[in-house]
Design a protein around this ligand. Structure first.
Ligand code: AMP
Length: 290
């Protein structure tokens, strides 16, 4: 695996690979590093489906709503390079911040409407998703992949990226990869390293809330308010109050009053000083594990 830092270096490497195998499918796995089993699953899936796998590693400052969160974000490029290589990446594209956002950078790619204004958009501020869509558009232009892999753990992000690709006719297919969890159900996240002993236990509240919604649905309950209350109660029982726990349409993110197969349950909650998110699709994934 080669680590590349600049856009010309990346372009030369990708162009050479395309010249060698003109029909090669190029896969991109965008990450912010601190790679864990969730990222690995994305890289492995890319490896299975693509001839060339590019993993990008860039802690994108423009998608952070709080400077402290950006400063505390875990970074270990050396370890990440080992993990990405082992999972089968051909190139690790790890640009410096000045490469992505040179002096005078003044363009942003911004969606509007409920996809970016609800849930994470409402709670993290309007800049979050424009930071995501701007950097992802840039990464797509830099790498020019045929396929890009995103985690269902960030369900709203997947919808936002799909909309970005559709609206701008970007020539890339988006693949969503199911959420990878710890054995006890906690969704893998780079932020989990910040969870201390008791917070690690409390973090299970998110999964418990989602499980309560799944159980209520499986038991025949269809009223969204009732299911939401049961899910929130399961969380507060474990000492965690959600920022939001929403039952929404899985495509539009519009709140539903009656739940059905495919309803998305999305949750965000602070656990200690760490903000966690998770989600489940009702009916399709009864215990939320893979
Ligand atoms: P991040 O480095 O947190 O920006 O994540 C990079 C990609 O990995 C995103 O598409 C995430 O949705 C995905 N991802 C993060 N955690 C998981 C997980 N536990 N399971 C599956 N994908 C994940």
């Amino acid at each position: 695996m080669r680590t590349l830092r600049t856009v010309p270096e990346l372009r030369t490497a990708v162009r050479a690979a395309r010249r060698q195998a003109p029909h090669a499918v190029i896969g991109l796995v965008p990450t912010m590093g601190a790679l864990h089993d969730g990222h690995l699953q994305l890289i492995r899936q890319a490896r299975l489906e693509c001839e060339l796998v590019v993993v990008s590693l860039f802690v994108n400052p423009t998608q952070f709503d709080a400077a402290a969160d950006l400063a505390a974000y875990p970074r270990d490029e050396q370890a990440d390079a080992g993990v990405a290589s082992e999972a089968g990446a051909d190139f690790l594209f790890a640009p410096r911040a000045e490469t992505v956002y040179p002096d005078g950078f003044s363009t942003s790619v911004q969606l509007s409407g409920p996809l970016v204004e609800s849930l994470e958009g409402a709670h993290r501020g309007p800049g979050h998703f424009s930071g995501v869509t701007t950097v992802v558009t840039k990464l797509f232009n830099m790498v020019q992949p045929d396929v890009a892999y995103f985690g269902q753990k960030d369900a709203q992000q997947v919808l936002v990226i799909r909309k970005l690709v559709a609206d701008l006719d970007l020539p890339v297919r988006i693949e969503a990869v199911p959420t990878v969890r710890e054995p006890d159900g906690l969704a893998r996240s780079s932020r989990n390293v910040h969870l201390s002993g008791t917070d690690r236990t409390k973090a299970l509240a998110l999964r418990a809330g989602l499980a309560a919604a799944e159980h209520a649905f499986a038991a025949g309950e269809r009223d969204a308010t009732t299911v939401q209350a049961a899910a929130v109660a399961a969380m507060t029982d474990l000492g965690v109050t959600p920022e939001y726990l929403a039952l929404v349409d899985p495509q539009t993110l519009a709140p539903v009053t009656e739940i059905a197969d495919g309803t998305l349950v999305a949750v965000a909650a602070p656990v200690g000083t760490t903000r966690l998110i998770d989600n489940t699709i009702l009916g399709s994934n009864p215990n939320g594990r893979r």
